[in-house]
Design a protein around this ligand. Structure first.
Ligand code: COA
Length: 137
């Protein structure tokens, strides 16, 4: 496998490119730039010079990490790259969380993706995800 893994280099433009390979309604460049700057950790995977996967984590380092935007380009899925992204994030947490402590690593997933996360040790509970699409004044 000749993939290249990069830390904290994911740009807003790359984020939007990957997002649009799997989801509709891409976020604005301005919003995405702000989100990249304020993420705790960003990981991206390249095949030659082409970005093929990304993930990022937000959180407070002490009590909670929240995984966001785990994306593998469709033609590269089911080759182990999604697992690499999650392992890179867990490795970041190992390097920055308090050694020996238990910390919540959370995310939201659609039902058809839960099996992927379960293979990596995640489990769901009865809590429901609540969301307000708030328009900033
Ligand atoms: C979900 C996603 C990140 C998985 O990435 P991937 O590179 O295909 O996953 P991997 O190849 O590392 O798979 C690891 C294991 O999970 C399994 N798996 C992958 N996708 C799965 C799914 N949707 N449901 C159940 N199991 C799945 C694989 O078969 C593999 O199992 P194995 O270890 O027994 O061989 C990828 O499908 C994706 O980007 N989807 C579109 C964007 C998206 O929905 N992201 C998730 C947001 S919550």
């Amino acid at each position: 496998m000749a993939y290249v893994i990069r830390h904290n280099e994911l740009s807003a433009e790359e984020f939007i490119l990957l997002w649009s390979s799997v989801w509709d309604g891409t976020p604005s460049l301005e919003q995405t730039k702000l989100a990249m700057v304020h993420s705790l950790f960003r990981v991206s995977v390249f095949d030659d010079n082409n970005i093929i996967a990304m993930a990022r984590v937000i959180g407070d380092m002490g009590l909670c990490y929240y995984i966001k935007d785990v994306v593998v380009r469709p033609e590269y899925q089911r080759k182990g790259i999604g697992s690499i992204l999650l392992k890179e994030i867990l490795s970041f947490i190992d390097s920055h969380g308090i050694s020996g402590s238990y910390i919540a690593v959370e995310l939201a997933a659609l039902p058809d993706k839960i099996g992927f996360y379960e293979k990596l040790g995640f489990s769901s509970n009865n809590a429901k995800r609540l969301r307000l699409m708030y328009q900033v004044k």
